[in-house]
Each structure stands twice: as structure tokens, then as C-alpha cells.
Ligand binder design. Structure first.
Ligand code: PEP
Ligand code: MN
Length: 334
């Protein structure tokens, strides 16, 4: 890290800082400018060091040079990593093409939607059984009954399934039914949940929080990775912006940045970003063009009757058209 001294800091103060850096077990590299001294502190850093050094009088700022996330960093796996969910490989030439309803509502419609997305070429099925809703009075999902239906649909059409987990107490239950656990945007910084998921051997889809930076997102991935679970896929689903006509704003740059700074695969969720179906397909293509390793798209056989997120659900026919475009653009190596 770099310790930047205040302009005109006295030699006595500089010596004190040097002494403290050495006490922390770091080597010092001094750079004295005409007005300002910058002290490089070299060695194994601890997360508490920057704030400790910042607290010393005469220190203007401390700038960490290393990324705060280590296991998620592209330095750790410069070649990029691949996560496997059932037969589906995500990353390094493998694409997750996920379709399905926002929520599992009942068996017949879920089977119908699964049939349709499979026929269009999806290789995974999505469907929420535990829904994080803004209002406690909105449909909260079918719980275990929904998991059973989702599993049946996945098995019948040979598609691995991804579903959201909102509560660390449900890790064991959901893991029994799902092939991949989704951490939703609202739970991106639910650190207890992240740590619990880190302890199991299941792929995780980690969505970016609507107001989180890419760095925060990667720090959340670090929570899962540091517990031993290295099967993490990131998902960009739009951030909060001043826009009022879209639900969120798809941050295509975040896909590029996350792919560059991290080795983890990244997929795009155009549905929650747009909030309206007419924009979804273009945003999906934009995400793939930016380098996403796949997409997760909400589809419904009858959006006007959907219990959750109907306005952004693609009809089965729209999903089919999107998949035709996608197949011309991405060539799944697996
Ligand atoms: C969802 O996938 O249905 C969902 C709730 O997504 P997000 O967490 O991105 O809002
Ligand atoms: Mn949804």
C-alpha cells in the first residue's frame, strides 16, 4: 500500500509512520517529493493496516495497491474459471442459457414453460420457490412445494435447475432439490447467507445488488470462495439509477469490468434490469456482446396471469426468437 503524507509533514512524523509500518512487519520504500512524502509499505498486508495507518496524525491517505479480494481476483486464475451445473458448463466457452418463470406458481404452467424453453434451446431452468418481495402481502412463493415442482420439471426435460435462497436456514432444504442456488440482489450482502453457502458443494449464482459496486460484488463472492466453495457465477441484473422508465439500468460495463478483474464467469439478467418485456431481448444481446457467459431470462406461458414479474416475462414465442438470435451469436463449446 501507499501511505501518502500530508504536505509539509515533519521528519519526526514521517519517522513515526516508518516505525509503525516496520512494526507491522512491512518493508518501507520512501519517496520524497518537493512538497510531499509517499511511503510504500511492502509485504503481506492485513485488512486492518490501511485504517490503522490512516489514523496516524500527519497521514493524509492510504491507498491499497492489491485488490481487497484475493480468491475472486483474476490474478488468482488468469485463465478464467468454469463452473459446471449438471451437464452445463459456464465460462471459458460454455454458456448458461437459462429460461423459466420468475416464480413457480403451479405444476401445469411450470411444466408448460419448461417444455417451451427447452424446445427453444435453453440448457437450464429457473424458477423461484422462496420469493423476496418488497411487500409482505405479495405472493411469497410456494416454498418446498415449489421446489418439488421445479425439480420435477427439470428432471422431465433434462434441465438443471436454479432457484433462489433467501434464508441461511434453508440451505439444506434447497440443496436437496436444486442444482444451483441463486443469491438474489437483495441478499448480495447477507454475509451470514454467503458464508453458509460457502460451506456446501453446490454452484452459486450471485446477483449484483442494485446499488453495489463491482468491488463490493466481488467481495461478496470472496465470502463464498473463502469458505471453500469455488463454484461461483456472477450475475449482472441492473443497478439503481435515475431512470424511471426501466425497473433498473443494465450495467453492461459492470459485466466487462467483472470479467476483467475476476476469473469468475458472469451472466446477464436482462429481465430484472428492464422490467418490461419489449426491452429484454436487446439487453440480453448487449450483455452477451459485452462478454457475458450466458443469460437468465424470465419466461411465462401467460404473463398476464403471472403472480410475480409478469410485465418483464417474455412470452414463449419471444423467448424462442431471442434464442434464435443468441444461437447465431454464441456457439456453446459444450
Ligand atoms: C429473481 O430472479 O426473480 C429475482 C428476484 O431477482 P433479483 O434478486 O435480481 O431481483
Ligand atoms: Mn423475478
Amino acid at each position: 500500500m501507499l501511505v501518502i503524507m500530508q504536505a509539509g509533514a515533519s521528519q519526526k512524523v514521517i519517522d513515526q509512520v516508518i516505525k509503525r509500518i516496520e512494526q507491522l512487519g512491512l518493508r518501507v520504500h520512501l519517496s520524497k517529493g518537493e512538497f510531499r512524502t509517499i511511503i510504500g509499505a511492502i509485504g503481506e498486508e492485513n485488512a486492518t493496516f490501511p485504517d490503522q495507518l490512516r489514523s496516524i496524525e500527519g497521514v493524509e491517505n492510504v491507498v491499497p495497491i492489491m485488490r481487497p479480494y484475493k480468491l475472486a481476483s483474476s490474478d488468482f486464475h488468469p485463465e478464467g474459471s468454469q463452473v459446471q451445473v449438471g451437464k452445463v458448463k459456464i465460462g471459458r466457452g460454455g454458456y448458461a442459457l437459462i429460461g423459466g418463470p420468475c416464480a413457480v406458481e403451479e405444476r401445469e404452467s411450470c411444466l408448460e414453460i419448461t417444455r417451451a424453453v427447452k424446445q427453444s434451446g435453453a440448457n437450464m431452468l429457473r424458477g423461484g420457490a422462496f420469493k423476496p418481495r418488497t411487500s409482505p402481502y405479495s405472493f411469497q412463493g410456494l416454498g418446498e412445494e415449489g421446489l418439488k415442482i421445479l425439480r420435477e420439471c427439470g428432471d422431465q426435460f433434462d434441465l438443471p435447475v436454479v432457484t433462489e435462497i433467501t434464508d441461511p436456514r434453508n440451505v439444506e432444504l434447497i440443496s436437496r432439490y436444486a442444482d444451483m442456488l441463486q443469491v438474489g440482489a437483495r441478499n448480495m450482502q447477507n454475509f451470514v447467507l454467503l458464508s453458509e453457502i460457502g460451506k456446501i458443494n453446490k454452484p452459486v449464482l450471485l446477483k449484483r445488488g442494485p446499488s453495489s459496486t463491482v468491488k463490493d460484488w466481488l467481495m461478496s463472492a470472496e465470502y463464498i470462495l473463502s469458505e471453500g466453495n469455488n463454484q461461483v457465477v456472477l450475475c449482472e441484473r441492473g443497478s439503481q439509477s435515475f431512470e424511471t422508465e426501466m425497473r433498473f439500468t443494465l450495467d453492461v460495463g459492470a459485466i466487462v469490468l467483472a470479467k476483467s478483474d475476476s476469473h469468475l464467469p458472469v451472466i446477464v439478467d436482462p429481465s430484472h434490469a428492464a422490467g418490461r418485456r419489449d426491452l429484454v431481448s436487446s439487453l440480453a444481446m448487449a450483455g452477451l456482446a459485452a462478454g457475458a457467459d450466458g443469460m437468465i431470462v424470465e419466461v411465462h406461458n401467460c404473463p398476464e396471469k403471472a403472480l410475480c414479474d409478469g410485465p418483464q416475462a417474455l412470452t414463449e414465442q419471444m423467448f424462442d426468437e431471442l434464442m434464435r438470435q443468441v444461437k447465431q451469436f454464441v456457439h456453446n463449446d459444450f
